[in-house]
Design a protein around this ligand. Sequence first.
Ligand SMILES: C[S@@+](CC[C@H](N)C(=O)[O-])C[C@H]1O[C@@H](n2cnc3c(N)ncnc32)[C@H](O)[C@@H]1O
Length: 211
Amino acid sequence: MRLRRRKHIDSRMSAVSAALAENPEALRGEWARQTQPAARRVNVELGCGMGLYISQAAAAAPDELFVGVERNQNVIIRALERAAGLPNVLFVCRDAAALGRWFAPGEAHGLLLFFPDPWPRPGDEKRRLTSPAFADTYASILPEGGSLELRTDSLALCRYSARVLETRGFTLPEGARRDGGIYTEYEQKYRRQGREIYILTAVRHTKGAGL
Ligand SMILES: C[S@@+](CC[C@H](N)C(=O)[O-])C[C@H]1O[C@@H](n2cnc3c(N)ncnc32)[C@H](O)[C@@H]1O
């Protein structure tokens, strides 16, 4: 049974493999040039889940490149299928911890973290996508003025992320929150449930600050 499911996912993956960056290290510093030379921005969504946001955002901005990172193959397959036919979306099926090996300094103009797992226990801090180690990586691949947007239903994660980012080279401009009307699966669900959603925008200031 498990073997049949494995074969099924493998054949679905091979049908959409053109959009899968199997060797992201080889694209370091070259994402736009090698895949979408006319792209004026590179956006990276971490933990992109089933790709509802990235496919719609890419369709709405054909002059930008979108890279979705998702470590769960059973989940990313939906994102790959959803984005089929969109020339400006690529996916990496790996752990985001290696992000700094895939993007050169300043190469990613925008980072998107939508509803990352909050990992509330103190012992799990390093798993949070806004831990100090992740924040340092983000600061290294964003240019000055590059931005990170976090959306979450966890006030604790939002506050924690603000504290970390402010000490790792980011400023948190007031009034920068925006809602483009494009949502992830989680955001759609939470909005339907009437849950509070917190949006944090962080802008990278001076190169290497806080590192
Ligand atoms: C709570 S879900 C949210 C999915 C999507 N962003 C949304 O809002 O619908 C978090 C996703 O992030 C992925 N994820 C968590 N940590 C990750 C990591 N370190 N690297 C890559 N993906 C990760 C999980 O596999 C999961 O699909």
